[in-house]
Design a protein around this ligand. Sequence first.
Ligand SMILES: CC(=O)N[C@H](C=O)[C@@H](O)[C@H](O)[C@H](O)COP(=O)(O)O
Length: 226
Amino acid sequence: MRGLSRRLSFPTLIVSCQARADNPLYGPQFMAAMAKAAEAGGAGGIRANGPEDVAAIRAVTELPILGLYKRWLEPYEVYITPDFAAAQAIAEAGADILALDATPRPRPQEGLAELIERIHTELGKPVCADVSTLEEGLWAVELGADCVATTLAGYTPYTLKTEGPDFALLRELVQALAVPVLAEGRFWTPEQVGRAFELGADAVVVGTAITNPREITRRLVRSVPR
Ligand SMILES: CC(=O)N[C@H](C=O)[C@@H](O)[C@H](O)[C@H](O)COP(=O)(O)O
């Protein structure tokens, strides 16, 4: 599987360290500190967005980095590593595995097949296909994806957003695919993480519930009496 198992040892918890520009924790120095904290807590990998954050995290940890580059290129809906230039930028910044949107929606440059092929041949990195349906997972693996993640379940116009993680999709992917499956999206509790591994996930990726104090605070503030 093109070195994926050399980079991540399964089963494992991957912590997604991402903050948007409107977040007070926006900035590579904060994401690097988050990654160090995650490492100290036992994470087996870090998911990170953009060359600056990936480079800052690379400088402070040896943990495998699952890199992506969110780029909103109008009028395209695909924003997770939408083209080869984005993939190259995060590879050069030090990502070990490249995550990208593997939905069949139109994309600005290369088609998915060419994108995966070029990442393998020109960058020498394994690809993690972020999907929202079983069909997308099957297609991505046919095109050479090295692992599949449920990242986009509930975030494409044609999938429903479950309140918690999309365990039904996870189960389907685990049963159908021979590559590692990463459970990702809306994990908040140890019970949910345990359930994902029981269903056969190779890794669970947790972001907001660990690295976004603003959202964690908002959830708890909802329980303060008015
Ligand atoms: C849909 C999308 O763009 N997901 C992104 C993918 O990198 C991130 O914004 C999420 O935080 C990440 O997937 C982890 O999920 P959660 O934060 O729910 O634990």
